[in-house]
Design a protein around this ligand. Sequence first.
Ligand code: ZN
Length: 368
Amino acid sequence: MSDRRRKNEETDEADFAELMELEEELSYEDGYLHKKRSARQAELRKKRKRNQLIREIILIALFVIATIVIIIVVRKCTGDDKKPSPSESQESTPKNTTEFVTDATEDTTKASRETEFTVPTRLPDVTTEPVPQTEPTDPPATEPPTEGPTEAQGMIYNGVQLPPYRPLQQGASVAVQSGITMPSWVVQDLIPVDGAHRPGLVINPIKHVVIHYVGNTLSSAKDNRDYFATPPDSPVYDGRQVSSHFIIGLYGEIIQCVPLNEVAYAQGVSASSGRPNHNWDAISIENSHYNDAGEFTSMTEDSLVKLTGWLLQSYGLPANTDTILRHYDCSGKACPKDWADNPARYEAFVQRVADYMAAHPNIAAEYP
Ligand SMILES: [Zn+2]
């Protein structure tokens, strides 16, 4: 090999080496650029996604706000429609009951000259027994008349303005009373066992029903029931021991104050009088009256006929002047005054009860 040829070969090799070097450099730069481009592309894609997300969130938020605003506007509009005007709401407000009570007690202050006992115009709330407050009970045995004055005004009876009728509240009920089930037309509102008005003594077998008048013109059944419930330690307690199994009001409403199996202090007499003490063998019924002559309203008397008939049937007793007594027959006291003054009215009443019992042989089943 000649020198020239060797030199040429060396040059070729050098050229080839440079070429390889350049190619390597180029591919390196290529890779770098490629990497840079990919990174930039990823960055842009990320940015685009983020912006899209932000736009979506803003859209959703706007939608929610718009919905809330619409709901508020719609509600406000419909709410305004339902709200009555002040004048309307005044008209629809029911008469308040305290006004009612005040009216009634004011009307009952007229005391009769010959009172069996006096009913204080205002008594403290008395409840020594738990008395659950329930809804107003059924209407009285004889419904207050539908025509004429409303119950808020009270009706005019034989020219006498009666106090308003107040719906009664059922007190604690008594499950067992000598095996007799109380009908729904009697409101049980028992007075507490206090040793004074209600001694809590077990009564003997029943032989009579004794009729009374309350002796306090125009006082209601509830007024008298509350009077019986006056606690002996109350400053308004008058020291008297008085009670009754039942009281019938001016509108014929009936309240039971003492259970049937207990003694009520209604027509007792002292042992020295020589008369039998019928507190021990009689059920007592007090009655409201609308004038000082002690006359009962027809509503009171209708309820009295029904209650007396029901009691006599419950005890298996007939209706006559021995089973139905006036307080007057027990002690000589002018009670009920109208019947003491007019015995014929008492006899007519006894006959009415007998007729009623004949016409209604099972009052308990007919009027449960
Ligand atoms: Zn009496």
